[in-house]
Design a protein around this ligand. Structure first.
Ligand SMILES: *Cc1c(COP(=O)(O)O)cnc(C)c1O
Ligand SMILES: [Zn+2]
Length: 405
């Protein structure tokens, strides 16, 4: 059964029945799903019996019946000893969310949103995407036998275009930035009776990312990390990692949470970090210019809430250059064998700075969230390919390669 109670406005508290609606009619603030937590009876043992996917936490998600799933979640939490040594951290873990069906964490929120779209009776889903969401929506729509319209900025990486088109959605490249795509889609959502995954279904979409918080706590044998390091675009993912941890503690499954939440962005698109550094809660939009395209949102819808999480948790925010991000991708691959996309490089570069400055301390149990896979943005590191070319003879090997052994 579902414990979903209503939609509730994050700002004015106005409540709405469960329906496809993203923003409060009165104050235009984001709506959030609210639950009847008191009616929940949950135990570690019961949760452990669930499927090895994000749906083991179904009771904490806003869905009613059968779910649309292609085996998303319960991704590895890897103890990163080599990377930790490199950065001077003794208890570092990587949550490797590259290992989802469409190779990014977006499969989590999308699994919830597409399930909800089907419940609401939509035959078509749609989204405004920086790249990864498009692939996930298209894949989930294929699985659910629904039509999909996906809108992406025209300068999207080729790997992401192919990785979306393969599922056969109606794929629309929009001349402009993600923020332009999003504005267009907000207009389309008024005109077409579609389930817009990150617009009118956004409150449900948002909830899927809580499973990252649940999984990490369960994988750490039911405790919250001391520090979380995660990327932010709209800021939604970041807020939901913390919400997941908080809910587990409210339900008595883990001790009270005292996790410092660190937010990372690329310097070329860092409106949330800028606000943190200026000491305001007002996030001023920027014009993005970075190769970390999946997190290039200049006007982040949940920026204010992400910033509040940073502040209230005693965490921090940090912006890194594109060069640092690329170095971060290489470092993660060459120490832990994990090939992340540029957003992952941003996280590792931010983590490196936080460790070097002593902000994150040596013995703190730290989890870095790697949210998307490297092959999608492989052109950004193509300089790494410097093979030897030889004839198929021993002599040639020894002459060209052997000399350097
Ligand atoms: C979408 C995305 C994010 C950020 O998500 P928000 O919830 O918008 O902050 C981070 N990493 C990757 C790889 C993404 O695709
Ligand atoms: Zn409101």
């Amino acid at each position: 059964m579902s414990y979903t109670r209503a939609l509730r406005c994050r700002k004015c508290g106005q409540e709405y029945p469960v329906q496809p609606l993203g923003l409060c009619d009165f104050c235009l603030s984001p709506l959030e799903v609210s639950y009847d937590y008191k009616a929940m009876s949950m135990s570690r043992e019961k949760l452990a019996q669930g499927p090895l996917t994000m749906w083991r936490y179904k009771d904490l998600l806003p869905v009613e019946g059968d779910v649309v799933d292609i085996n998303t979640g319960f991704t590895p939490l890897v103890k990163a000893d080599r990377l930790g040594r490199e950065l001077g951290l003794k208890a570092l873990y990587i949550k490797n969310d590259c290992l989802n069906p469409t190779y990014s964490f977006k499969d989590r929120p999308v699994s919830v949103a597409v399930t909800k779209a089907r419940e609401f009776g939509f035959d078509t889903v749609a989204c405004a995407s920086t790249g990864n969401l498009a692939a996930s929506v298209a894949a989930y729509a294929a699985k659910a036998d629904m039509k999909a319209y996906v809108f992406v900025p025209a300068d999207i990486e080729p790997g992401k275009l192919i990785g979306t088109a393969i599922y056969n959605p109606v794929l629309v490249k929009v001349e402009g930035s993600y923020d332009d795509v999003n504005r267009l889609c907000a207009g389309l959502a008024q005109r077409y009776h579609w389930g817009f995954i990150n617009i009118n279904l956004r409150p449900y979409y948002a909830e899927g990312s809580k499973t990252l918080g649940y999984e990490v706590a369960e994988q750490l044998e039911w405790r919250a990390p001391d520090c979380v390091v995660a990327p932010a675009a709209s800021g939604l993912l970041f807020t939901r990692i913390q919400k997941g941890l908080d809910e587990l503690s409210m339900l008595g499954l883990i001790e009270p949470v005292n996790t410092h939440m660190y937010l990372n962005q690329a310097a070329g698109s860092s409106p949330i970090v800028n606000a943190f550094e200026t000491g305001t809660l007002h996030v001023n939009p920027v014009e993005p210019n970075t190769i970390a395209k999946s997190i290039a949102i200049g006007n982040p819808a949940d920026g204010y809430y992400a910033l509040s999480v940073v502040r209230q948790s005693g965490g921090g925010a940090c912006a890194v250059t594109d060069d640092e991000a690329i170095a971060g991708m290489k470092l993660l691959a060459q120490t832990e064998g994990i090939f992340a996309e540029v957003a992952g490089g941003v996280v590792i570069a931010g983590l490196k700075r936080l460790a070097a400055s002593g902000t994150i301390k040596k013995n703190e149990l730290t989890v870095a969230f790697i949210t998307g896979a490297g092959p999608k943005t492989q052109e950004t590191v193509s300089d790494i390919v410097q093979p030897f070319t030889i004839q198929s003879s021993l002599e040639s090997f020894e002459e060209i390669v052997g000399a350097r052994v």
